[in-house]
Design a binder for this molecule. Structure first.
Ligand code: ADP
Length: 263
C-alpha cells in the first residue's frame, strides 16, 4: 500500500509537469503550423519547389510533435479518456499486421483469443497504444528473437483472489496478457518497472514512460496492470480491464457456472 501511494504521488507530480508543458507547447505548435500554412499558401503562387518541400517537412514534424503532446496530455489526465465498449479480441486482431511489422522477422507472434470474451469498457486508442508498447518492450527483451503471445480471457476475481493479488477489487475483468520468451526482469526491476522514467535501456533508447503510462491508463479505466517475470525465462504483463455489462458483482449465482479456469 505504501508502495502504491509513493507510485501515485510520483505519477501525480509527473502528470502535472507534463500536462503543463504539453499544454503550453501545444499552443506554440499551433503558432508554428499556422505560420507554415500561410507560407505554403503564398508559395503556391511563386512555385519555389525546394522551399515548398522544406515547409512540408517542417509541417510534418510539427504535426508529429502535436500528436506527441496529445499523448502527454492524455497521460497527465488533462484530456479525458473516451471509454467505449471494446471487444479486445477484435481490437487485437485488427492490430496483428501492424504488430508483425513492428516486431520484425525474428519474433513470432501468436494470438490466443478466448471464446465468448466479455466486452470491456475503456478508451480503444489508449488500449492500442498500451498493447503496442508492451509488444515493443517484448521485442526489445528478445534481441535473438523468440515467441510473443497475446492472449485474452475472462477473469472473475473473487474476494479471495483479489485479496491474494493485493489491492484488486473483486469483480469481472477481461484479462489481456502479453507474454514473451525474452530476458525477463529481476525482482528489483519488476518493483520499479511502473515508475515514470525508470528504464534499463541505453540512453536514448528508452524513456521509461511506456509502463508508467500503461499504469496510469489502467488506473483511469478502473483496471489493473500486473507483471510476472523470471530472469532468463520471459515476462508476462497482464492488463485487467473491467467487464462491461452492468451486472459486475450482482449475479454471484451465475458465477458458479463459469469453468474454474475462467476465474
Ligand atoms: P522503456 O521501455 O522506455 O525502458 P518501460 O516503462 O516500458 O520503459 O519499461 C521499463 C523497464 O522495464 C525497461 O527498461 C525494462 O528494464 C523493463 N521491461 C519492460 N518490459 C519488459 C519485458 N517484456 N522484458 C524484460 N524487461 C522489460
Amino acid at each position: 500500500i505504501e508502495e502504491q501511494l509513493r507510485q501515485s504521488q510520483k505519477m501525480e507530480a509527473v502528470g502535472q509537469l507534463t500536462g503543463g508543458i504539453a499544454h503550453d507547447f501545444n499552443n506554440l505548435l499551433q503558432g508554428i503550423t499556422g505560420s507554415l500554412d500561410l507560407v505554403n499558401r503564398r508559395l503556391t503562387q511563386g512555385r519555389t519547389s525546394d522551399v515548398e518541400r522544406f515547409t512540408a517537412a517542417a509541417m510534418a514534424s510539427a504535426q508529429r510533435a502535436g500528436a506527441l503532446t496529445h499523448r502527454l496530455l492524455a497521460f497527465s489526465r488533462r484530456q479525458p479518456l473516451k471509454p467505449t465498449p471494446v471487444d479486445a479480441n477484435s481490437l487485437i486482431a485488427s492490430m496483428a499486421d501492424l504488430l508483425r511489422r513492428s516486431l520484425g522477422e525474428r519474433v513470432d507472434l501468436e494470438l490466443v483469443p478466448a471464446d465468448g470474451l466479455w466486452p470491456t469498457l475503456c478508451d480503444p486508442n489508449q488500449l492500442e497504444n498500451a498493447i503496442l508498447n508492451l509488444c515493443i518492450n517484448a521485442r526489445d527483451a528478445m534481441p535473438e528473437g523468440g515467441k510473443l503471445f497475446i492472449g485474452t480471457r475472462n477473469a472473475h476475481l473473487d474476494g479471495q483472489h483479489a485479496g491474494g493479488a493485493g489491492d484488486m477489487r473483486p469483480g469481472r475483468y477481461v484479462c489481456i496478457s502479453v507474454t514473451d520468451t525474452g530476458m525477463g526482469m529481476s525482482p528489483e526491476t519488476i518493483r520499479r518497472a511502473f515508475d515514470p522514467f525508470f528504464t534499463t535501456k541505453p540512453l536514448g533508447q528508452g524513456t521509461g514512460l511506456g509502463l508508467s503510462m500503461i499504469y496510469g491508463f489502467m488506473r483511469q479505466s478502473e483496471g489493473y496492470a500486473r507483471i510476472e517475470s523470471e530472469l532468463g525465462k520471459g515476462t508476462t504483463v497482464k492488463l485487467y480491464l473491467p467487464h462491461h455489462g452492468g451486472q459486475a458483482d450482482a449475479s454471484e449465482a451465475n458465477l458458479a457456472t463459469l469453468p474454474a479456469d475462467n476465474r
